[in-house]
Design a protein around this ligand. Structure first.
Ligand code: ADP
Ligand code: MG
Length: 269
């Protein structure tokens, strides 16, 4: 595996409207590595994931992001996906009228891959993470519970086989068994296909199976502290105040944002 393969984030600053959220993020993720991002509510974790994938409304004001040498920020979101980036959203979007299988077939065709094996891959991967086959024919994420949506995101990642995945609180809403199965699947992908992972989480339980090479604590849009897996355990024991000290000062307005404006919304509706 050549050493120039890396997802490289340098000095990344971003804002939404007049609100500056990311204040200089530096992060390098190599194939097979797992980087955990932790941090208080409102510290900018989901914003980082949105900016990496190119969500409209998030403006990069400084910095660069390259994926295996490609300037990611110059690409549209779908081109970023084709370049090998996958994002599992904190709040997965429901897409009525579009089946999971047809979406993945289109993704394969757009990426120049043979779509013939998609159904078989879906069945195998669903089994691997204990996701009931009856969900495979539903429209994407429609009428799924919170935890089922998260498993659905993991399933898509497994079938698409991206080079790098950003998983935003993939563990939230999962029961203990599902959490272990999803974490195991992602960990296996790091070994089997060299998946590089940025995993955003609040809980060290996920990181007991999906073993992080590095743990980064985000605060006010910056990486405040980085360390090994022991940092996640320290966080669990001491809370964010223990690590960040006075720096943990989450603005009162900080809330876990919902899905936000729907990019697929009917402009007339
Ligand atoms: P985290 O995922 O770490 O909880 P977010 O990245 O969702 O935090 O949010 C970071 C901060 O940016 C919060 O204060 C949030 O209210 C604000 N923010 C994020 N997205 C938007 C947006 N689209 N419009 C206005 N404020 C936003
Ligand atoms: Mg978030």
């Amino acid at each position: 595996m050549s050493s120039d393969r890396v997802l490289c984030i340098e000095g990344l600053c971003a804002r939404v409207g007049d609100t500056h959220i990311l204040a200089g993020i530096d992060l390098e993720v190599r194939p097979g590595e797992v980087h955990a991002i932790m941090g208080p509510n409102g510290s900018g974790k989901s914003t980082l994931s949105h900016v990496l994938m190119g969500r409209p409304g998030y403006e990069v004001t400084a910095g660069t992001v390259t994926l295996d040498g490609t300037d990611l920020l110059a690409l549209a979101p779908w081109e970023r996906a084709q370049a090998g980036l996958f994002l599992a959203l904190q709040h997965p979007t429901e897409v009525p009228g579009v089946s999971l299988e047809s979406m993945l077939v289109e993704a394969a065709v757009a990426g120049g891959r043979d779509p013939d094996g998609i159904r078989a891959a879906l069945v195998v991967e669903a089994e691997r993470i204990g996701f009931d086959e009856k969900f495979l024919d539903r429209p994407v994420n429609v009428d799924l519970s919170g935890g089922e949506k998260k498993r659905n995101e993991a399933l898509q990642m497994s079938v698409i086989r991206p080079s790098y995945a950003v998983l935003d609180e993939i563990d939230s809403g999962l029961d203990v068994d599902a959490l272990a199965a999803v974490a195991r699947r992602v960990q296996d992908a790091t070994d089997e296909t060299g998946l590089g992972v940025i995993v955003i989480t609040h809980f060290s339980r996920l990181l007991e199976v999906l073993e992080p090479d590095r743990v980064h604590v985000l605060s006010h849009g910056r990486i405040h502290t980085s360390g090994g897996p022991e940092l996640a355990e320290q966080l669990e024991a001491e809370g964010y105040t223990g690590i960040l000290g006075e720096a943990v000062d989450v603005p009162e307005v900080a809330v876990e944002l919902g899905p936000g404006p729907d990019p697929f919304a009917d402009p007339l509706g």
